[in-house]
Design a binder for this molecule. Structure first.
Ligand code: SF4
Length: 337
């Protein structure tokens, strides 16, 4: 990169003048940066703000996160999805306590060895919190790079190509400037705001009128559709829940009892009898859909009043559903239908 100094100076001047004030930018505490980066994977900034504040209120330190029951962490994650993120975060917090004496590690390799931390997050924490010259290439940075140079290397290659920028110093601000440019100017959806871009006059894709070609997108595979019959079983003022298995989608979280496929009303009642809940007539059956990243659930939900509450299920009150049990959005949205 022959114009590294020029790019670096313009990026930093732009970032200092116009970046968004975000709660996780108020300090350089590695726990704060780590938590925000994990939450921001797959989730919008506006949504993360609320979750971030609540999570830190409950677990203000890595030690408190490490010591918490996992279910309490999952409950605070409810609605964010991708629950493996919070479980890994907690495992990483326990590593910090057990393997690093409670002090957040300060080298790239040690940060990378924390559970759930990949190249990008390690690069972000190491540069932002400890000023190390470790590029962090996420989708935003990849897009900026691809357009700026009208080429499409891999993320690993981009990290290498960005090293001359990091050699200029101010590594934390540089990481944040690159991310910010991708998030608010060289945006992922719709046309980029090139008129606001500090690099517009040296952007190759812009000069070649080829912005739409970068980054190249892989063709999307169609999402497989799974059909399910879900049961909202009520006994008195309680609703039946059960735990999902420890493997696969939404592993280990709570769910409403369900079976694969669409059952007829007769089959639903037979299924409920098999569970021993002594069902009365169904109150209603509603249709719903939930789209995950790699699959779609098409659900019919049967609302059944029951005369028995067998121990195979946990029977939760409305208050317990609010305060205790992490019920994924796919199921929770059925409660209000
Ligand atoms: S000029 Fe436009 S396309 Fe090029 S990096 Fe800036 S915002 Fe992106």
């Amino acid at each position: 990169m022959d114009n590294a100094k020029q790019i670096f100076e313009r990026l930093l001047a732009w970032y200092r003048a116009s970046h968004r004030a975000l709660p996780w930018r108020e300090d350089r505490d590695p726990y704060h940066v780590w938590l925000s980066e994990v939450m921001l994977q797959q989730t919008r900034v506006e949504t993360v703000k609320t979750y971030y504040a609540r999570f830190l209120q409950a677990f203000p330190t890595i030690a408190s996160l490490a010591a918490a029951p996992t279910e309490a962490c999952e409950k605070l994650w409810e609605g964010l999805g991708y629950y493996r993120r919070v479980r890994n975060l907690q495992k990483g917090a326990r590593q910090v306590m057990d393997e690093h004496g409670g002090v957040f590690p300060q080298t790239y390799d040690e940060i990378l060895s924390l559970c759930g931390v990949g190249d990008y997050t390690a690069g972000a924490i190491a540069s932002i919190c400890f000023g190390l010259p470790t590029p962090a290439v996420d989708g935003n940075v990849e897009r900026v790079y691809a357009r700026l140079f009208a080429e499409q290397p891999t993320r690993k290659q981009i990290a290498e190509k960005l090293r001359p920028l990091y050699a200029q110093g101010n590594c934390g601000e540089l990481t944040q400037a690159l991310m910010e440019l991708g998030a608010v100017v060289c945006v992922p959806n719709g046309a980029p705001h090139c008129e606001l871009c500090p690099l517009a006059d040296i952007c190759k894709a812009r000069a070649q009128d080829a912005i739409a070609l970068f980054p190249r997108r892989k063709p999307k595979k169609p999402n497989p559709v799974e059909e399910k019959t879900v049961f909202l079983l009520t006994c008195g003022d309680r609703i039946a829940l059960r735990k999902r298995t420890d493997q696969g989608l939404l592993a280990g979280l709570w769910e409403l009892p369900n079976v694969e496929g669409f059952l007829t009303v007769e089959q639903m009642l037979r299924q409920a009898e098999r569970w021993g809940v002594h069902p009365l007539a169904p109150q209603k059956i509603v249709q719903a859909q939930h789209v995950f990243t790699h699959r779609t659930w098409r659900m019919q939900c049967c609302f059944l009043t029951c005369a028995a509450a067998p121990d195979d299920f946990v029977w939760a009150t409305a208050a317990e559903l609010d305060d205790t049990y992490a019920l994924p959005t796919a199921f929770r949205k059925l409660l209000s239908m």
